[in-house]
Design a protein around this ligand. Structure first.
Ligand SMILES: NC(=O)c1ccc[n+]([C@@H]2O[C@H](COP(=O)([O-])OP(=O)(O)OC[C@H]3O[C@@H](n4cnc5c(N)ncnc54)[C@H](O)[C@@H]3O)[C@@H](O)[C@H]2O)c1
Length: 265
């Protein structure tokens, strides 16, 4: 049976792209209820569609800027008031906009931390909850350098380090909350369509370089990533990191840093 059956999820960034695909796929596979949140109010349309298809009141859309701490906390509070429980948090909202590098850090890093701590606040056994799962969003660029978007790349490296640390027995024994990381490869969403317009300013040609690089990599639709999220929720061990690239989805093993030492001939 699917791990999502009968569960309540809270997902950020659900109006477009990967977040919208998560909502559709999870409902299709037995999710009980979902709090969907996004800065773009058009996300209400998907909530209406889900309510029509799966039953009135199952999807709750809240317009919120995930960067704003109070607004994000309000999303969690409204979820608890409406659904009286929470099992899965997916911190998915993210931007690839190095020209707005402070905003990129605010969303990709700070709101991921905040959303994770709120996940523990509302699901943690240490806070009277039943435990649950937090899925944070990195990227294949969380595991390799990319000169086309160094700030974005740095934020996605952060997510892996944060999740592998939060996904330790110390936190789990206290909270019962698992931490999993999803690392999509290039996926056809609005984020990648205009990535070249948002590169670091002051470096002529960088946008074209990024566009060429993204075009040279294998692409996929959002569906394999949505299916991959379910696979992680079903099988993922605490602290595990998963890649979804070129229509394949698999767990990765990150080598011990002691094996990194450069060999001098
Ligand atoms: N598409 C890819 O190739 C790819 C690859 C690796 C990782 N990712 C990651 O996957 C996640 C989803 O990306 P996507 O490709 O679906 O992007 P997208 O731009 O298509 O969708 C992102 C969603 O987040 C919302 N959003 C943006 N800023 C927000 C804010 N401040 N508060 C709340 N919501 C906000 C947008 O309105 C949108 O609905 C991101 O974290 C991204 O970094 C995407």
């Amino acid at each position: 049976m699917e791990a999502v059956c009968g569960k309540v999820a809270l997902i950020t960034g659900t109006t477009y792209g990967i977040g919208a695909a998560y909502v559709k796929d999870l409902f299709q596979n037995g999710l009980k209820a979902c709090t969907m949140s996004d800065i773009d109010p058009k996300g209400q349309e998907l909530a209406d569609e889900m309510n029509c298809k799966y039953g009135e009141g199952k999807a709750l859309f809240i317009q919120a800027d995930a960067i704003q701490k109070d607004a994000l906390e309000c999303v969690f509070e409204k979820n608890m008031q409406t659904f009286k429980g929470l099992d899965i948090v997916v911190n998915n909202a993210g931007i690839l906009r190095d020209s707005l590098w402070e905003q990129t850090i605010d969303l990709n890093i700070k709101s991921t931390i905040h959303g994770s701590l709120l996940g523990i606040k509302y699901m943690g056994k240490n806070n009277g909850g039943n435990g649950g799962t937090v899925v944070n969003t990195s990227s294949i660029l969380g595991m390799q350098p990319c000169f086309g978007c160094p700030v974005y790349t740095g934020t996605k490296h952060f997510v892996i380090g944060f999740d592998r640390s939060m996904g330790s027995p110390f936190f789990f024994n206290l909270t019962g909350v698992k931490f999993l990381t999803i690392c999509p490869g290039v996926t056809e969403t609005p984020m990648v369509w205009d990535a070249d317009k948002w590169t670091l300013q002051g470096f002529p040609g960088l946008g074209q370089e990024l566009a060429a690089l993204l075009q040279s990599m294998p692409t996929q639709t959002t569906q394999p990533i949505a299916e991959g999220l379910r696979k992680m929720l079903n099988e993922g061990e605490n602290g595990s990191v998963w890649v979804g690239e070129d229509n394949m989805f698999y767990e990765v093993e990150i080598p011990d840093r002691k094996t990194f030492k450069k060999k001098i001939c």
